[in-house]
Design a protein around this ligand. Structure first.
Ligand SMILES: [Mg+2]
Length: 305
């Protein structure tokens, strides 16, 4: 199969820059591509790189797209190297027509996790989201001392109903002692779902030990950002949660094979894609990953457009 293809880079500013342990993120940049097959059918895909999670840069993705001069074959798509995981996702989801709205089932708010921002209106924002039906929330941590942040978390947990859940994301920013402090605190928090990536990926053996030592669930994110690292951590015995950022994990077909073979406990998550990437993510997760955990894609209020 030959495809004609076009691509267009985009830039979307965040309403308020997103602060994480990786730094301040002000602008989401990516590429929307469209493929036209030999029957004239046009499908879309999105390339949404995240270089600090080990993907290609936007410039590398643009350079890759430019090489083909507007024509690409099925074989060339299948041969996209693992060094370009966001391109693998964009081209394969376009090829599979996953960004289509055709079979998309609309999910209730309980199926989505909402990221809550630290601001003077945090508790008002939380109440609004609860009224809209959301029950799972995520807060970035490792931005202040554990004592200060735990006090904030206690307040958030107290504001949640019995079926509310809180995810905490450290983005690898805690040291071992701080992580133990958090995990120990988490033991008595029924509404705490998990702590995400308490330590940086290079401390994987410590993460394994902590996961065995505490009841508080730990999720890996930065450690498993592409399929190869996911397979590696699984092979090393990780039996906690895996956060999968589908748009940067590589070919979705390979991920599907891995998950169907091993049935890992996963959370599918966004990387702030546009509607094109989000539809692909939703379609793919509805088809292949009927996980009970809320999808990490509650980011509807984060962009100015
Ligand atoms: Mg994370």
């Amino acid at each position: 199969m030959n495809y004609q293809f076009r691509f267009a880079p985009y830039r979307r500013p965040f309403k308020t820059p997103l602060r994480t342990h990786h730094g301040l993120w002000t602008m989401r940049q990516g590429i929307i591509l469209s493929l036209q097959d030999e029957m004239g059918r046009i499908t879309q895909g999105e390339i949404a790189p995240l270089p600090w999670f080990g993907t290609e840069t936007l410039e590398e993705a643009i350079a890759f797209c430019a090489v083909f001069g507007g024509n690409i074959t099925r074989e060339q798509i299948a041969a996209i190297p693992d060094t370009l995981p966001a391109c693998q996702f964009g081209f394969e989801t376009a090829q599979l027509n996953l960004a289509s709205t055709e079979n998309l089932v609309s999910l209730p708010p309980t199926k989505f996790c909402q990221l809550i921002r630290r601001s003077p209106t945090l508790f008002q924002d939380l109440q609004t989201l609860l009224q809209q039906g959301f029950r799972t929330f995520k807060l970035k941590i490792a931005l202040d001392t554990p004592t200060t942040e735990i006090a904030l978390c206690q307040q958030i947990l107290a504001a949640l109903p019995a079926d509310g859940r809180l995810r905490l994301d450290a983005n690898g920013g805690l040291n071992r002692e701080q992580a133990k402090y958090w995990l120990n605190w988490g033991e008595s928090q029924a509404k705490l779902e998990f702590i995400e990536q308490p330590l940086a990926p290079e401390h994987f053996s410590d993460l394994l030990q902590l996961n065995a030592a505490f009841q508080t669930q730990i999720a890996l994110d930065e450690s498993v950002s592409q399929l190869a690292s996911l397979e590696h951590c699984y092979g090393q015995g990780w039996c906690g949660v895996f956060v999968i950022k589908l748009a940067i994990a590589g070919f979705p077909s390979r991920l599907k094979e891995f998950c169907q073979a091993h049935q890992p406990d996963i959370v599918i998550s966004t990387v702030f894609e546009t509607a094109v990437g989000q539809r692909a993510l939703l379609n793919f997760s509805q088809k292949f990953f009927p996980s009970q955990r809320a999808l990490g894609m509650g980011d509807i209020h984060w962009f100015t457009d």
